[in-house]
Design a protein around this ligand. Structure first.
Ligand code: G3P
Length: 217
């Protein structure tokens, strides 16, 4: 399973990369806004800065919603760095753009996916990644993990190569469950990745080993 970090914060990306288990980055307009970056040139530079920190895919989202505007913006984003994956929303024009980008060899991540039908369309259109938002589904008292299971089954039934990028992950157990269900990628903030490290028996065991080591050192 690949681990992506879901942030536009350079320090958090550096910290995640230093753990040695980071495979990529996902961003979205809300995460970019959180960093307080303003102006087109600064935003584009920020994407390049992120690409230079990580040896892996970096999703950069289009803001346009018209077909030709999505194409124009996506081509510009893709030209910034070889690691850029163009993030396209699951809307009518987004679907058409996924097909266009696929034929042009521009890699894509179809975002804002909340149903198996949307995921099926994204795969048929040639998306490289599909991003089901599991936490937001849980937020409305539905079952985000069931969506991952449904997409895995559908993609395996037909041999679709689109990678399932589980997004809107809120805690470490989401990552474990997504791994059990066969998601290809989990993207989340730094904390759930750090939480995977934790176990009280590890702490207790280390404490005892260190205490015992004092007896022979
Ligand atoms: O990658 C999509 C993700 O950023 C959404 O997460 O926590 O805003 O639902 P969240």
């Amino acid at each position: 399973m690949k681990f992506f970090i879901d942030t536009a914060n350079l320090n958090q990306i550096k910290e995640a990369a230093s753990l040695g288990v980071l495979d990529g980055v996902t961003t979205n307009p809300s995460l970019m806004a959180k960093e307080g970056i303003k102006g087109k040139d600064n935003i584009l530079k920020h994407y390049v800065d992120i690409c230079n920190l990580v040896d892996g895919d970096v999703s950069a989202e289009v803001l346009a919603t018209g077909f030709s505007e999505i194409i124009q913006e996506g081509e510009m984003l893709a030209s910034l760095h070889e690691n850029i994956v163009v993030k396209v929303p699951m809307i009518n024009n987004g679907l058409k753009a996924l097909r266009y980008f696929s034929e042009k060899g521009i890699r894509t991540n179809c975002t804002l996916v909340f149903s198996p039908g949307q995921a099926l369309l994204a795969a048929k259109a040639g998306a490289n990644y599909v991003s089901p938002f599991i936490g937001r589904i849980d937020d409305i008292s539905s079952d985000g993990l069931q969506l991952i299971a449904d997409i895995r089954l559908i993609y395996d039934n037909y041999g679709f190569e689109t990678e399932i990028l589980a997004a809107s992950i809120r805690h470490a157990m989401h990552i474990i469950e997504c791994a059990r269900l066969g998601a290809d990628v989990a993207t989340c903030p730094l904390q759930p990745i750090l939480d995977l490290l934790q176990h009280p028996l590890t702490d207790k065991g280390l404490e005892k080993f260190l205490a015992d080591s004092k007896k022979f050192i």
